[in-house]
Design a protein around this ligand. Sequence first.
Ligand SMILES: Nc1ncnc2c1ncn2[C@@H]1O[C@H](COP(=O)(O)OP(=O)(O)O)[C@@H](O)[C@H]1O
Length: 288
Amino acid sequence: MRESDRNLDSPIAAGAKHLKPIKQPAKLTSDDASLVALPSVHRPSLPERPASARPLPHPSDACGAASNLLAAGVAGLDQEVSERSVLRERILTWLQKNVPNSRLQHILRVEQMSAELAKRHQVDVAQAALAGLTHDLAKFFKPQRLLQMAQAEGLTLDPVELANPHLLHAAVGAIVARDEFGIGDDAVLDAIRHHTLGCPGMSALSCIVFLADSLEPGRGDSLELEALRRLSQQDLHHAVWQTCDESLRHLLARSQQIHPRMVLTRNWALALTDKKPFDKKLPVSRTP
Ligand SMILES: Nc1ncnc2c1ncn2[C@@H]1O[C@H](COP(=O)(O)OP(=O)(O)O)[C@@H](O)[C@H]1O
């Protein structure tokens, strides 16, 4: 299911032919904004007076205080939304210089699908959108650069990564997100790190970006993909398990090396999935 952009037969490349032009940075909706916590407002303490001496607050005072609080909250919210929008612009400008347009379109669809899945599963939409937007920052780094950056970071590389340095684009992408864009949110950095192979115990946010990377609409419209998209709306762990199975089948069919972390991710997600009978509409194996 997963293909490099260099392969013109890849689902992404195929899907990209039917793609819309690069979207302008979407404005955050009021729904997204509502997920941002209002900042607490410091109120100076008043000298104590006996209860009997305290005048009852005039209703208009209460209204004034409430509207001050609201104004302070809205200002904080506006600032956070505008900081996010500035960061998104910076990332988009960087991506336009560092990845081909077909990959940028994929990234934008991953951002979008991550945000939708986050909303559906009550996960932070802003974190999901940011992780989706940054998951492939290092996708087009050359193998030598990936190896060198991973080693400089002190990462221990296993034999499959040494033989396939491209797998390191996930871990190196998190380094770029941190160093180039100052992203310090560990949940977002983990979601970038785990977007290709997953990781046992990964958060709902990481599950979402892992799934969005494999299932975004540009990946195709096979029955399997459609079924996995429906499943991702209902049950993240079940969808991670099935998506790993799909990727593993694909790797086996092409005689590619398999990184064991995906097998561990698959076993973890399988163990967390209720043993319900399969949805008849969800194919579990390919028939010739
Ligand atoms: N478990 C795995 N073991 C080895 N290679 C893998 C595994 N999962 C994915 N890959 C390979 O890693 C590369 C990158 O995967 P991915 O990040 O999903 O990229 P893409 O977005 O191009 O599909 C692909 O070439 C894919 O075949």
